[in-house]
Design a protein around this ligand. Structure first.
Ligand code: GLP
Length: 243
């Protein structure tokens, strides 16, 4: 299966295209299940969704969400947690029932329990209709870092130095970035009926090239998307510059 590519001029157009794909899914289903992502990349798309919701054009009352990942050790009130990010960047501003928004629970100490519980939550939704992804500079999706095998269900991962380095901008210093995270597995991500991966900026161009024109390998986790039956890459010219 080949990945569809939507090429945009810049970040703003990328955000609009991504938001349109999510909105189409929300409008098409009575009880849509959205898989959502954090990071800087999806923020613009979330702004668009909020705008349409406020204008009365997009209703979130039937929507369920499952997020990709969370830092281990952070609770939802911590402003660096992904739960906090989702609340402040989307959920607090739309008419969504917060009890139907799911993010892995970073406060659960026991990784086995945390992962099992999150897999049960995902299963109980009946499956993700559309999964939004960003991508790390090393080709990671969610927090699935390069490794010698693709993960299946939710797992606890040790973040690589490059991810800690990239994400330290949200913390006071690199020391404060948690070393472990809970993340949806590659198997769970691939089980989504549709996938949209958003990428912006020339700093991701090399990763885009490897992921979408190179071999499918767990050393470039996003490369697995080449095997998904309905995956769309929405990327700006800068991110596609090496393709
Ligand atoms: C983090 C997240 C990923 C995200 C990536 C890229 O590591 N776990 O889900 O895709 O960062 O983030 P950004 O969009 O800020 O470049």
């Amino acid at each position: 299966m080949s990945v569809k590519i939507i090429r945009t001029k810049d970040y703003d157009e990328m955000s609009l295209r991504v938001a349109e794909l999510l909105a189409a899914e929300i409008r098409a289903k009575e009880a849509p299940v959205l898989g959502l992502a954090t990071g800087s990349t999806p923020v613009g798309a979330y702004c668009k969704l909020i705008e349409w919701n406020k204008a009365g054009e997009l209703d979130f009352s039937g929507v369920t969400t499952v997020n990709l990942d969370e830092y281990k050790g952070l609770d939802g009130d911590n402003d660096q947690s992904y739960r906090y990010f989702m609340n402040t960047n989307l959920f607090d501003h739309v008419n969504i029932d917060k009890t139907r928004t799911h993010v892995p629970d970073g406060t659960i100490e026991d990784p086995e329990q945390a992962c099992r519980e999150y897999d049960e939550i995902i299963a109980a939704t009946g499956g993700v209709d559309i999964q939004l992804l960003g991508m790390g500079h090393n080709g990671h999706i969610a927090f699935n870092e390069p490794s010698d095998a693709f993960s299946e269900g939710t797992c606890c991962v040790r973040l690589t130095e490059s991810t800690i380095e990239a994400n330290k901008r949200f913390f006071d210093s690199a020391d404060q970035v948690p070393r472990y995270a809970y993340t949806m597995g590659i198997g769970s991500i691939m089980a989504a009926r549709k996938i949209v991966i958003a990428v912006s900026g020339s700093d991701k161009a090399e990763a885009v090239k490897k992921a979408f024109t190179g071999p499918v390998t767990p050393w470039v986790p996003a490369s697995i998307l080449q095997e998904h039956p309905d995956c769309t890459l929405v990327a700006d010219e800068a991110a596609l510059s090496l393709l």
